[in-house]
Design a protein around this ligand. Sequence first.
Ligand code: AGP
Length: 608
Amino acid sequence: MCGIVGYIGGNQATPILLNGLEKLEYRGYDSAGVAVYHNNAVNVVKSKGRLKNLCDLLEQDQSVTGTLGIGHTRWATHGEPSDINSHPHSSEHGTFVVVHNGIIENYLYLRDYLIGEGKHFTSETDTEVIAQLLEYYYNGNILDTIIKILSKITGAYALGIICKDNPDTLYAIRKDSPLIVGLGKNENFIASDIPAIIDKTRNIYRLNDNEIALIKRDGVAVYNTAKEIITKNKVYIDWDITAAEKDGYKHFMLKEIMEQPKAVHNTISPRLINGQVVLDELKLSEQDLKKLNKIVIVACGSAYHVGVVAKYAIEKVVRIPVEIDIASEFRYRDPIIDEHVLVLVISQSGETADTLAALRESKKLGARVLSIVNVVGSSIANESDDVLYTWAGPEISVATTKAYSTQLSMVYMLVLYMADMLGTISKQEYQTYITDLEKLPVLIEKTISDTKSIQAVASKYFQYENIFFIGRNIDYALSLEGSLKLKEISYIHSEAYAAGELKHGSISLIEDGTLVVALATYEALFDKMMSNIKEVKARGATVLSLTTEDKIMIESETDEIFYIPKINSMMLPSLAVLPLQLFAYYIANHRDCDIDKPRNLAKSVTVE
Ligand code: AGP
C-alpha cells in the first residue's frame, strides 16, 4: 500500500516522479521522497507528511537534477512515520538507493548480522536492510548482487533500485507486491500502480513474482533469479486518463459512487448472453460442484461484507452449505479444508496480504480456489484456479463503492450459474432473476439520481458521534457495510447489529437521541424489523429507515426514510447499499474529512 514510481530517460526525473507520486498518494501517504542520480552520486530528498511537504523541499533545493530517479509515498509498517524512516533508503556509502513496498519478514535478523559486520544503520525500517545488504554483497555485478540478496530476504517486496555505479540502468524487482514497467520512447518507467504513469505511457509489462527488470532508456530486459531472460507480453492499458482522475467530482468516492451503473453494466453485460449467464472464464463443471461438501468464503473489510451477502444467496438458491470468515482469522485457525471444498476469495485489489495468505493456505490444504477480483494480473488473480474479474475500472478512493457493487453482481451471476447447473431453481425463477439482473444498472442509476434527500438527512445528523445500523438476513449483511462506510470516512463510531441480537445486550446502549439506521428491505422479515424499530424507538432512539418503495406504512414509525426500488430479495443489497454510501459520503463531507484518503487507512493493505 505504498506508492512507487521510477524513471529513466532524457527528461528531468524529479517532475515526472512527483507527478506520478501525486496519482498514488491514496496508496499510502505518511511520508514521501525521491532519489535522483547526478554526477556519480544519488541525491535523496524525503520528508514526513503529505507529498506537498516534499514538493516544498524540492522547490527550495534545485540540486536534485538528473534523468534517472525513483520516488515513494509511504504507509508505515516498520518504523513510525518520520523523515529518516521515509523512503528512499540508501546504503551506508550511498552505493545503492532503494524504494520498497511490502515487508521483509527476516529484516531484524539481517540487520543484526550486518551490524555485526560493521554496517551502520540510520533508520528503523526493513527497507534500509535491503540497501545495506546490496552494498554488503556488492561484487561489481549488480544483477548477481541483486540475485544474491533475494536469496537472503524473506517476505513481500516491490523494489526500485538505483546503483550509483551504473546510471544507465534502473532496477525493479517484484515478489508478492505489485509492480509494473512502463514502456516509453527512449524512456521507461516503473510504478506500483497504473495511474502513476498512464499519462506517460499506456504500454506496460506486469512483473511477476521473482522477476528482475533491468530498465535502460532504450530497452527493458527481464530476468528470473536463475539469470534466464524472461519474455514479457506487452499489455496496453485502455483506461481513459479521466478514469484515474476525478472527472469533475469533489472526491474520487463520489465519482466512483456515480460510476456504479456503468461498472455494474460492464461486469454483467459480457456475461449475459441470450438470457443466460455465461461464465466462460470458469472451469467449474457440474461434477466439480456435485462433489463439494461446502463453499468457504474468505475476504477482508467490504469484500467480506459481499461474502456475507453471498452466503445468504448461495445457501438460499444453490443449497450448498457456506462458511464465511475474515481472512486474518481464517489463515490461523487450522480450517477444515480439503479437495471437496471450494474456497471463494473476494478482493478488489487482489493484493490484500491476509486474503492472499488465506488463498495460499486453502490451496495447500487441497481446495480449489475461485476468486472475484478487480485488478487484472494481481497476485490473488494469478494464484487462483478460477478468476471472475469485476470490470469496475480503477477504484482510487480508499472506501470501496463501485468495486463492492460489481462484486455483488458477480456473486449473483455465480449463484445463477451454479443453480442452473445443479437445477436448484426452475427455469421460470431463473428467468425472473435474469430479468432483474438486466435491469440492475438502470435501477442503480435511478437510486443514486436523488441525492438531495440524502444530503438533507446527512446535514441533520453529521455531528452525531454514535450511529447504529441494524438489520436481519441480507439487511444484516448490508448493515455491516453501511456501518463500515460511515466509520472509515467520517470517523463517527458506528456498529452493525443483527436486529434480533439487540435484546441480548447492545440495546443497553440505546438512549434518547441515539441514531439507529434500520434496514428493512427484506420482505420476509419486514414485520420483525418493524418490531425492532418500535423496540429502539421506545428507548428514545431516532430511527432512519431504509426500505422498498412499497412499504410506506413504515413512515408512521420512523423519523427519516430512504426508499429503494423493489427487486428480488437476493439483489436488494445492490440497491440498498447506495443510500448508505451517499449517507456516509455527505456526512463525512459535512465533517470536512479527508474522504478519499481517510486517516490510518490505505487502499490496499498489502501487509499483515
Ligand atoms: C473498504 O471500504 C475498505 N477500503 C477495506 O475494508 C477493504 O474492503 C479491505 O481492505 C479489502 O480490500 P480488497 O478488497 O482490496 O482485498
